[in-house]
Design a protein around this ligand. Sequence first.
Ligand code: ACO
Length: 429
Amino acid sequence: MAETVTITFDGKTYEMPVVEGTFGEKGIDISTLRATTGLVTFDPGYMSTGSCTSEITFLDGEKGVLLYRGIPIEQLAEKSHFVETAYLLIHGELPTKEELDYFNYHVVHHSMLHESIKNLYDGFPNNPHPMAVASAVVGSLATFYQNELSVRNEREIEITVHRLLAKLPTIAAYSYKKSIGQPLPYPDNALGYCGNFLKMMFSTPCEPYEVDPVAARALDVLLILHADHEQNCSTSTVRLVGSSMCNLFASVSAGIYALWGPLHGGANQAVIEMLEAIHEDGGNVDKYVEKAKDANDSFRLMGFGHRVYKNFDPRSKIIKNLAHQVFERIKTRDPLFDLALKLEDIATCDPYFLEKKLYPNVDFYSGLIYKALGFPVPMFPVLFAMGRLPGWIAQWKELQADENFKIGRPRQIYTGKSTRDYVPVQNRI
Ligand code: ACO
């Protein structure tokens, strides 16, 4: 017999069905709760709320497991590449050779931006934050393709997916080039997804540029590791915006803004800023560990802790190894990397962090690699957005195809003033 949960309220009992996932995780289906009992659930931060069923990504925060479409992240990071992983997330299966060639061709060949888009870059103030630019320009793509924005036409969705994946690296590189006053380069489609992006970022018209394969691979792995993470803040934003049947450009643009915050994708920037502050303060790691533990001090160890991972973040293990490889390659020792290793050693043995299950997350070492590859700190969250894009797309597509599709519209418990009369301004005290 199907499992149920019994709720007793106001002298009556109600049976709510239990929904079960692939790995036995269970949730109470309360979709009829309000209609039958008049109650809503109250769950700030959605700590106990499953907003959807999904076939895309599974993670087990207790065991440190992350699977994309069933495949462990460790295998994808070792054997796959970003464009293939994007296909896997978006289409549900690893592509055949023909499918991959087709997908890769389109993702590469839509990389140029409409020339008019360059005018947008001229309109921003000097040195704008590239996350603000990336989101604004992605949103503006809807104006360039406004006759192909249907959320129900498969061909229009497909071409929008190709455009987004192909153009985001160009949009990101342009925002950097503009901020340093260098000319906006054209993409080089022969170089592959990450090679082309590195060239657009770091080449100038006056010198030859050769892509470093170690740098390109490191970036590729980082993009894979960020590609999806089920119903996090930015993905939930993409789904919520998409639930109004809003087009993919607008939904992704909103997702980029949600990712920007320091508690989400902005944390990799916050980690470097924190490490720099510790370095400038003499490198006393113990002092900062103590500050993080002090309930009266608002300081937190950036790059530590995760809403879901309460054992370890499998991505941070891969990234830590990648960081060692990159630093070996560039043969320069970044004092911030040494500080980070020290901080991890101390914090992961400290009872405060052990009890609260706080471990390095994906952002702890990723910023150090980006920095070693030459990316300026404000670009870090943009790189996260480039990685997360296939996940946003896959989740948006899954939502649109959901047979239970509904606009997202949570309820609230109103705690404001009771009904009262309007008071004319001359009578207010
Ligand atoms: N340093 C010190 N103490 C911490 C930290 C930290 N990094 N993170 C959590 N804590 C403490 C909190 O003070 C709290 O203590 P309390 O129980 O005494 O009140 C307890 O651990 C639980 O923390 P919450 O904030 O309630 O946990 P939540 O799941 O809501 O937050 C979050 C998770 C936002 C990631 C948090 O750990 C944090 O702020 N970390 C630093 C920022 C960061 O690295 N963000 C990136 C997350 S990964 C991502 O988005 C890709």
